[in-house]
Design a protein around this ligand. Structure first.
Ligand code: FMN
Ligand code: MN
Length: 483
């Protein structure tokens, strides 16, 4: 493989990490930056897409390890060696997610996301494609022979693209950007999983109602900033691409589709363009989901008929597609989802201090709100706001006071235990129910519900004083006879 470009980033050597001002605009530069800062390692030994890649990615992800650049990838099933390297476990730590947002200091990431939400920059559609690309069409396409796509988890029903950026358009709502997973179903057929009521799904159904095929492009290996920006949760009709602009400090550049009327981010190394025909379903899955369990077999998954596979020729293209589940999914979503819920809750509770969407709730289903309460029932209002701030339908919301450290689960559980009375402080509402939540799937006819726990102290009542640490500079002597 030709070595990665050693180019300067933001006019200075990329290892001067302390000077990162805006997010990095393309994947190759991001990888250089990670490598020079000890956040990426190259795997030179030959690995297969059936097992090895998944094993490596998962191990590095659960250990909080580096991103992995697989330089020698093969498929034993197909008996081939790929020309294209594969990058995996790319955004599996909050630190790298923050770097993708342009923050060297993780604690600044929420603030940057709030800034991006409040200062969107519309993308720029280029008249001319700035890069040389190879365009393969319809029957010339054989996805698994060209792209080193691996299994993500051992019992997945096939090989999956997990990080594809799906752009689509609607006459009323404009452009939408989201990540959906795609099982490779054939040479030029991939599955499209877009849950209801997400915008991609709504756009798809509206295209079918107009009697049209649903056009969609799936971009791989874009700037990680755009990948993360797709996870903001604005209302329908707001293009998530516009949140990446303020993060990279300029409009995201889009290129017109080669075979469909949908643009894609110019810097993408790989783009799949296709159409979804109403009624075209295929069996898909199972897939190891973001909740940490395999989703049940999907008998009816919509299918994208691939019209074009577009690959950069001006650089060494790298494939960023398969991912270690559930870690990378949860980390990519976490910060923008927290920021989206923060701005939703702030509308009704200006005293909201922080939001946390922990990995154990799949970064969607469990929300912790830290609140400076100004009136007695505000904790309950914060619960209702957090539940309805996005279209992701959380299942559990916990509200805590500002003296509770939001990233310390022990403190959260202590607040739930001793600042809450179940009969008075728990709110339960019936919900639509989400397929994929194993506790719902086990008995769907029983329905589903969401719970809010107000674990804030009452303002009016006198409350027991919390024990603070003793303040002393004295050192505890070391034992004289260590075991
Ligand atoms: C790695 C990754 C994979 C995802 N896969 C899917 C998926 O297969 N189906 C889905 O409905 N949402 C998936 N999501 C979540 C959506 O991208 C997310 O909810 C997004 O905000 C939806 O946007 P939309 O409502 O504008 O369509 C995924 C998220 C990440 C980070
Ligand atoms: Mn959207």
């Amino acid at each position: 493989m030709p070595s990665l470009p050693r180019k300067l980033i933001f006019g200075m050597a990329s290892n001067t990490a302390a000077s990162l001002k805006t997010a990095i605009k393309d994947l190759s530069s991001f990888l250089v930056f990670l490598e020079e800062n000890g956040e990426l390692v190259r795997i030179k030994e030959s690995v297969n897409t059936e097992k090895d890649v998944g094993d490596y990615m998962y191990k590095s992800a659960v250990e909080g390890g580096p991103a992995l650049l697989f330089e020698n990838v093969r498929s034993d099933e197909l008996g081939i060696k790929y020309d294209m390297p594969l990058v995996g476990s790319l955004i599996t730590t909050r630190k790298r997610a923050a770097l993708a947002l342009g923050c060297l200091d993780e604690s600044m990431a929420m603030e940057r996301c709030l800034y991006a939400q409040d200062h969107p920059i519309q993308p720029l559609i280029l008249e001319k494609d700035p890069y040389k690309r190879k365009v393969l069409t319809e029957s010339d396409i054989d996805l698994l022979r060209v792209l080193p796509i691996s299994k993500c988890s051992p019992k997945d029903g096939g090989k999956y693209i997990g990080t594809g950026l799906h752009s689509s358009k609607d006459p009323k709502f404009g452009r939408n950007l989201a990540i959906c997973r795609n099982q490779i179903l054939g040479k030029n057929r991939i599955g499209l999983d877009s849950e209801s009521p997400k915008h991609t799904r709504i756009f798809e159904e509206r295209a079918w109602e107009r009697g049209e095929k649903f056009q969609i492009s799936v971009a791989l290996s874009c700037s990680p900033t755009i990948t993360i920006s797709s996870q903001f949760k604005p209302p329908i009709g707001v293009d998530e691409t516009s949140f990446a602009g303020p993060l990279i400090g300029e409009p995201v550049r889009l290129v017109r589709g080669k075979t469909i009327d949908v643009e894609f981010p110019a810097e993408s190394h790989i783009v799949i363009e296709g159409e979804v025909t109403k009624g075209n379903f295929e069996r898909e899955g199972p897939f190891g989901e973001y909740r940490g369990y395999y989703g049940s077999q999907y008998e009816r998954q919509t299918v994208i008929d691939v019209k074009a596979l577009i690959i950069r020729e001006d650089i060494q293209p790298i494939c960023y597609g398969p991912l270690p589940m559930p870690v990378e999914n949860d980390v990519i979503k976490q910060i923008p989802v927290e920021a989206s819920i923060f701005s939703g809750v702030r509308r009704s509770c200006p005293g909201v201090k922080n939001i946390r969407c922990p990995w154990y709730g799949g970064s969607f289903d469990f929300i912790i709100v830290q609140l400076h309460k100004t009136y007695e029932e505000e904790g309950k209002i914060a619960i209702l706001s957090a539940m309805s701030a996005t279209n992701s339908q959380p299942k559990i919301v916990v509200v805590v006071d500002e003296d509770v450290e939001i990233h310390d689960d022990n403190q959260i559980l202590n607040a739930i235990t001793y600042r809450m009375q179940p009969l008075k402080d728990v709110v339960i509402v019936k919900t639509q129910g989400r397929g994929g939540d194993p506790s719902f799937d086990a008995n769907p006819s029983a329905g589903s519900s969401a719970m809010g726990i107000d674990a804030t102290k009452p303002l009016s009542a006198k409350y027991a004083e919390k024990i603070e640490n003793h303040k002393t500079n004295a050192e505890i002597p070391k034992p004289e006879h260590p075991k």
